[in-house]
Design a protein around this ligand. Structure first.
Ligand SMILES: *[C@@H]1O[C@H](CO)[C@@H](O)[C@H](O)[C@H]1NC(C)=O
Ligand SMILES: *[C@@H]1O[C@H](CO)[C@@H](O)[C@H](O)[C@H]1NC(C)=O
Ligand SMILES: *[C@@H]1O[C@H](CO)[C@@H](O)[C@H](O)[C@H]1NC(C)=O
Ligand SMILES: *[C@@H]1O[C@H](CO)[C@@H](O)[C@H](O)[C@H]1NC(C)=O
Ligand SMILES: *[C@@H]1O[C@H](CO)[C@@H](O)[C@H](O)[C@H]1NC(C)=O
Length: 141
């Protein structure tokens, strides 16, 4: 019974999340992101199909960066952001495998720590994968 409620809730969340993503650059709330991401237990160290950047890369605020996926897949869409720190920074259909954006100030890693760059992929509006790379984001050079 309890599980059924949780599953229903999860599906509802994924749908609200997906709908939000249909509007480019629309801000996603921390709650939506958190709720989605806690369902993926491999999140913290699973680059998945992200081939660049690699874990522990160093980025600077204002730097123009690329995120590159292993392959294109026109049936999938991707949304790229820093977990719990930024809105969607880049994304769209995987009709290309490289997405670029400028590193925003909100992405700076706190306490000399790291930030988590997340790529959420969907196929037919359904969640397909959550890939993540650990990045050290430093203030502008
Ligand atoms: C977690 O990663 C392992 C190995 O990389 C994989 O076999 C497993 O399916 C993954 N689990 C999830 C929920 O993605
Ligand atoms: C990003 O990729 C494009 C080609 O897809 C390339 O022209 C550009 O130089 C790359 N930028 C960086 C910062 O690597
Ligand atoms: C994308 O979807 C179309 C139509 O459903 C299908 O014919 C095609 O094989 C799919 N391509 C990939 C790469 O999955
Ligand atoms: C999200 O960020 C806030 C500060 O902006 C922090 O207090 C909180 O612990 C973060 N949550 C997670 C799950 O990292
Ligand atoms: C933060 O990192 C820099 C360079 O990696 C180092 O010089 C500095 O001591 C660190 N600060 C703290 C508080 O750990």
């Amino acid at each position: 019974m309890r599980l059924a409620i949780l599953v229903t809730l999860a599906i509802a969340l994924v749908f609200s999340f997906t709908n939000a993503l249909l509007v480019p650059h629309m801000a996603m709330t921390d709650e939506e992101i958190n709720n989605l991401l806690i369902t993926d237990q491999n999140l913290s160290d699973s680059p998945g199909d992200i081939i660049s950047p690699q874990n522990n890369a160093i980025w600077y605020v204002g730097q123009h960066v690329n995120v590159t996926f292993r392959q294109e897949d026109p049936n999938e869409t991707v949304s790229i952001f820093f977990f719990n720190q930024t809105k969607t920074l880049a994304g769209g259909p995987l009709t290309r495998n490289t997405f670029d954006f400028v590193v925003p100030p909100e992405a700076v890693s706190q306490n000399n720590g790291s930030s988590l760059l997340v790529a959420v992929r969907r196929r037919n509006r359904y969640l397909q994968s959550v890939d993540a790379v650990v990045i050290e984001v430093l203030p502008a050079k």
